[in-house]
Design a protein around this ligand. Structure first.
Ligand code: ATP
Ligand code: MG
Length: 574
């Protein structure tokens, strides 16, 4: 139904840009940036911002910079920079030669600060942090001027230069913009723009002991890079007057426009680096790339594709009011992408041994099985069949309820890509009574998957040949949190963790073709879900697969209520 340009995303930010292009506000230029602070790994919320900034630049023939917003030595590191670079690239975006660091602008920013001081628009304040907070007032309480507010320009210049020279301890002085202590916008009440921090920076080492605050550094970095549209999240809305104030007072040549949009909130997870660091540091997850993490590194390891994440970001769109997106939507995006791209294979996660009594011992047949039911270009592989198989434990029930169409004593089913088999015997463990083996017969006339006499079976089940199968470990991931909003009521997110968010199955059996799979490859295990060979723990000796997503979920059910149900993934009585 979509035609022409209507398939391009459209939102209030793009509307602004189109208007600016129409009025030639920035001489036809569109320049954006993605400005992460390298103090943690990128998460799916950042992906929204990445897709937006790079997407807009691409759509309007502009450019998007990758800028490391590294103005705080605490917690920033090269490891984080490397992870950010890796993840943005993986998502599919290219900043060409425009990888910038705010820390490269320290000298320029310092000169801007001197300029403000000289013009009487900034002063060195010697109140303590506590006092500054107190003097600032609150929304309904006006601020009070600092007793240091009227220091002379000379005194301010002298003190600020000595701050830079390292003459004072942390917290002894700060530099503040001289704006308006009675402003209804608390952000405008003489905000701090530089503080002393005697801490080594991962790039500038001990070259600096004063560091600029975000509000000062960000707008000027944008201006230095000639950004036209500085897109950020809603919590910076109150900071926009300050953003504009610095640019105006410093009479910079390039004045970017700040535009705020609603950040992504996702149910059943947390999207805050501070909270994610906590999960890593407390050992609740195995690291930033744990497949349960909402980080791009974790999602990649889990088997998410860049296309699925980009599709998700496009579908959620860009708005001006906060909302929470259902995790099920994200899961559905990866499911849809993998449905197209993932080769189908057979894997038995909880094996139950099946002996085909009337199949000749030592005989092996090979079935030619296509990798994709709808895409013959993906080719096919040979799947060996022999007398002893494994099927899924829960594909058998000794006393089946009414609507159970799979194996049970006396019942006939189809083996995927092969014969009909009928269960004629059950072997149980003497002590536990647990079913440990089934005896079946096969009908040699059903090799095509159909019976010459036209008789039907209730279901088709997957299987592997025992002797040819590959032992593997499979990790079934669930959501990390029990509740949709782990940040609700207090800040201890660890209280809301699921007791068991991953189930590890160690005696799985994969079809022979999966031997020697490259880590990172993704498959659909038929009837089970989408799985990805783990890039960290996979070895030829112990193949490890992560479940990326199940085949269906509540999201699909909701959709199915509207459309007629049915599809490749369902248990299909034939
Ligand atoms: P966090 O709250 O996780 O610490 P942050 O905003 O401090 O995130 P930055 O590194 O400053 O992290 O973020 C870089 C960019 O990504 C910013 O422009 C920010 O607005 C954007 N961003 C961060 N989180 C989200 C989110 N949940 N949804 C959309 N954009 C986000
Ligand atoms: Mg930030």
């Amino acid at each position: 139904m979509e035609q022409g340009n209507s398939s391009l995303p459209s939102d209030f930010i793009r509307d602004i840009i189109e208007e600016d292009l129409r009025t030639d506000k920035h001489q036809g230029r569109v320049a954006t940036r993605f400005p992460p602070e390298p103090n943690g790994y990128l998460h799916i919320g950042h992906a929204k911002s990445i897709c937006l900034n790079f997407g807009i630049a691409a759509q309007y023939g502009g450019a998007c910079n990758l800028r490391l917003d590294d103005t705080d030595p605490s917690g920033e590191s090269k490891e984080y920079v490397d992870s950010i670079v890796r993840d943005v690239k993986w998502l599919g975006f290219d900043w060409e030669d425009r990888l910038y660091y705010a820390s490269d602008y320290y000298e320029k920013l310092y000169l801007y600060a001197l300029q403000l001081i000289r013009e009487g628009k900034a002063y060195v304040c010697s109140l303590s942090a506590e006092e500054i907070r107190e003097y600032r007032g609150a929304l309904t309480k006006p601020g009070k001027e600092s007793p240091y507010r009227n220091r002379t320009v000379e005194e301010n210049l002298d003190l600020f230069q000595r701050m830079r020279a390292g003459e004072f301890d942390d917290g002894a002085h700060v530099l503040r913009a001289k704006i308006d202590m009675t402003s209804p916008n608390v952000t405008m009440r003489d905000p701090v723009i530089y503080r002393i921090k005697k801490e080594s920076h991962y790039r500038t080492g001990d070259g600096w002991c004063i560091y600029p605050m975000y509000d000062f550094a960000h707008c000027l970095s944008d201006s230095i890079e000639k950004i036209t549209h500085s897109i950020c999240t809603l919590e910076f809305e109150n900071n926009r007057p300050l953003y504009d104030w610095f640019l105006k007072e410093l009479k910079v040549e390039h004045r970017p426009q700040q535009i705020e949009f609603a950040r992504l909130n996702l149910s059943f997870t947390v999207l805050s680096k501070r909270k994610l660091i906590e999960l890593v540091e407390k050992g609740i997850v195995s690291g930033w790339d744990d497949p349960q993490m909402p980080t791009l590194a974790g999602m990649r390891r889990r088997g998410f594709t860049p296309a699925a994440i980009r599709d998700f970001c496009e579908r959620i769109g860009v708005a001006k009011n906060d909302s929470v997106i259902d995790m099920a939507l994200l899961e559905n995006c990866v499911r849809e992408d993998l449905n197209e791209k993932a080769p189908r294979v057979m894997a038995v996660l909880r094996p139950l041994r099946v002996v085909i009594d009337n199949y000749p011992e030592g005989q092996v047949e090979e079935f030619n099985c296509p990798y994709h039911p709808k895409n013959s270009e993906m080719g096919a592989r040979k799947v060996p069949f022999s007398r002893i198989l494994y099927v899924e434990q829960d594909d058998f029930l000794e006393n089946p309820p009414k609507k159970f169409y799979r194996l049970s004593p006396g019942r006939e089913v189809r083996l995927r890509y092969g014969y009909f088999i009928r269960c004629i015997g059950v072997v149980k463990d003497h002590d536990t009574g647990e079913v440990v083996e089934l005896h079946c017969t096969y009908d040699p006339g059903t090799r095509s998957g159909f019976a010459p006499d036209g008789r039907k079976v209730g279901s088709t089940i997957h299987w592997v040949s025992a002797a040819h199968s590959v032992p593997a470990e499979v990790r079934l991931y669930d959501r990390l949190f029990r509740v949709a909003n782990p940040l609700e009521k207090g800040s201890d997110i660890t209280e809301h963790l699921k007791r068991q968010s991953v189930e590890i199955l160690r005696s799985c059996r994969l079809e022979a073709s999966l031997e020697g799979t490259a880590p990172g490859s993704t498959f659909q295990f038929e009837r089970t879900g989408y799985f990805c060979a783990d890039v960290v723990d996979y070895s030829d000796k112990t193949p490890v697969f992560n479940r990326t997503a199940t085949l269906r979920d509540t999201w699909a059910k909701i959709a199915a209520q509207r459309e007629e149900a049915g599809g490749a993934d369902s248990e299909s009585p034939s």
